[in-house]
Design a binder for this molecule. Sequence first.
Ligand SMILES: Cc1ncc(COP(=O)(O)O)c(C=O)c1O
Length: 398
Amino acid sequence: MALPSSSAPVSDRHRQRLAPIATPDRLLLGPGPSNAHPTVLAALSRHPIGHLDPLYIELMGEVQELLRYAWQTDNRLTIPMSGTGSAAMEATLANMVEPGDKVLVAVMGYFGLRLVDMAERYRAEVHTIERPWGEAFSLAEIEAALEQHKPAILALVHAETSTGVLQPMEGIGELCRRHGTLLILDTVTSLGAVPIHLDAWGVDLAYSCSQKGLSCPPGLGPFTMGPRAEAKLSARSGKVPNWYLDVSLLNQYWGSNRVYHHTAPVNMNFGMREALRLLADEGIENAWARHRRNAERLWAGLERLGLELHVPEPLRLPTLTTVCIPEGVDGKAFSLHLLNKHGIEVGGGLGALAGKVWRIGLMGYNSTPDNVDRLLDLLEKELPAFRAASPSVAAVAA
Ligand SMILES: Cc1ncc(COP(=O)(O)O)c(C=O)c1O
């Protein structure tokens, strides 16, 4: 059977001449990516070196040590996965779940649902507990669900980027240990920015991303697993059903053997090393305090402007604030105005919060008082024109 053909040759059907890339300068105050630190960008633009070059291998060890520091863990198996946060998320489930394993996912937003989807794909028996989008789980709710389902794994999102909620962690790790349950924690929007004490909290596996609190572009997914998770991995009856994310294979490259697995994205790891070096230079506690301080400055300013915040103060996430779009305002038109006129990106709502909130991120390099003041100033001066959603205002925004 002949393949469908077109009269023009393939080479004429696709554009071949483009101007060199020219990206605009944007201030990324949305859910991520955030702006990368200039010295991270400089590190990324260095010439690649071989991924088995002894100098690169030394750099790999440095990245691992600094990641352990950022997470406050001694986990031997701590590596940046080649891929974004979702790859590292998937690595936790791919390595841990055997068909029929009970996995309990505590869902309080969009990323909890992603964990459910992934766990199902690895043929787990998935159970969920849910909170409305904007709330967190109490310890009692988690305890009741552990007692009811007796899961092999509990998966939780520490910092829910879709809602701006920070899940309190006190006591959850102990409960998991008491029930013989492994604890997976999503720290994509908390690593490097919000206090995390992985070992003290008894977390068995965690993952994150490069593009938020770590001030790198997207492309790497930090991953870590502790001894209880390693024991489950070695006791598997079958192979990890995902070759690329199989930690036992990856560890032959990141561990002592240095055996080729895949060609590492060496420049991304140059950037990661630089980002983590900057974080350690600042001091992790200072970075946490900076994020908190700037978030509080934002929250106070928003409230001064009469804007309502979606999440009550005690559960608010310093890296991501959900602001209720006021009655009568076309939220999308205002965020497009910020982007097109001022080069500032803020996010819109996801899932249950679509059309209801803006999501303002203050992450890593972008968590500064100047950025907060710049955004507040624009909200004060330019939001009022969007409040009366008359056709002429909508036309201006368009
Ligand atoms: C809480 C959370 N988990 C997972 C992810 C997925 O990460 P990525 O988009 O880097 O794949 C994100 C992305 O924003 C997130 O916010």
